[in-house]
Write a protein of this length. Structure first.
Length: 255
């Protein structure tokens, strides 16, 4: 059975960091790149996040995400370079199309911000179990209901992929053609949508019933099955991220 999570089980110092400290890092990386009025901060944060993905040995798992956003960002750069609001200075011509310097710079800034945001969140999702993240947040005072919503968000995409694979295998066993050219795949995809959506609704209902059977809505204080040791450098790392973020805010206000 496929694991319904984006988490990649590896041995690295990034995996060892507790989930809440990783949330502090995500906030630091995103806010710093947006607050500091220079592109260097965004470049440094993006390179740091990409380096952490490499050190965590999950860069291969992150590559499909980067390939997808790469295609989207390429179209953004083209549109900005051709039709940007502030376009004035011609940069170059390509097949009769004029690309402008201002639009290309704007597109580059968008790329930097998106890569920084995505890479920071990938560190969290690929090196952290969703259950560990939610459990730590609930321990810190978060409502269990909100924790359940967060868990569902982490699991919805892997769950739908797994469900689609199962339904596709069932349809293939009944003689439906699912492999071949683009048109064949599109014809196979249309009958797949309905069962996947219905299965998602049924899974949600079954999960809700299972939770209620375990007294999820009971007003009593919740207890935890596992006791994990606290991460040694959690306080120091969180403090450093807060200080650096505040420094970026002060820099922005003083600029």
């Amino acid at each position: 059975m496929k694991q319904l999570t984006l988490y990649v089980d590896k041995q690295s110092f990034v995996h060892a960091v507790d989930p809440i400290t990783k949330l502090f890092y995500v906030a630091f990386a995103i806010l710093t790149s947006m607050l500091v009025p220079t592109a260097y901060a965004g470049v440094i944060c993006a390179l740091l996040s990409l380096s952490l993905l490499c050190l965590a040995k999950v860069i291969k798992n992150a590559s499909p995400v980067f390939l997808f956003i790469g295609f989207v960002l390429f179209t953004v750069v083209v549109i900005q370079g051709l039709f940007g609001v502030n376009n004035q200075t011609e940069a170059f011509r390509l097949s009769g199309l004029i690309f402008y310097r201002e639009g290309l710079i704007t597109g580059a800034k968008i790329i930097l911000r998106v890569v920084n945001i995505v890479s920071a969140f990938l560190i969290l999702t690929l090196t952290t179990k969703a259950s560990d993240l939610v459990e730590d947040l609930v321990r810190a005072g978060l409502s269990p209901r909100i924790g359940y919503v967060i868990t569902s968000v982490f699991q919805i995409i892997p769950q739908m992929i797994s469900s689609a694979d199962i339904i596709m295998d069932a349809q293939r066993s009944r003689g439906m053609e699912t492999e071949g050219g683009l048109m064949v795949r599109m014809k196979a995809f249309i009958p797949l949508i309905g069962p996947v959506v219905l299965d998602s609704f049924m899974s949600t209902k079954e999960r809700a019933m299972a939770l209620e059977a375990r007294a999820f809505s009971a007003p009593n204080k919740k207890t935890f099955l596992r006791e994990r040791p606290a991460y040694t450098y959690a306080a120091k790392l969180r403090g450093a991220f807060v200080v650096l973020t505040l420094a970026a805010l002060i820099w922005r206000l003083a600029a």
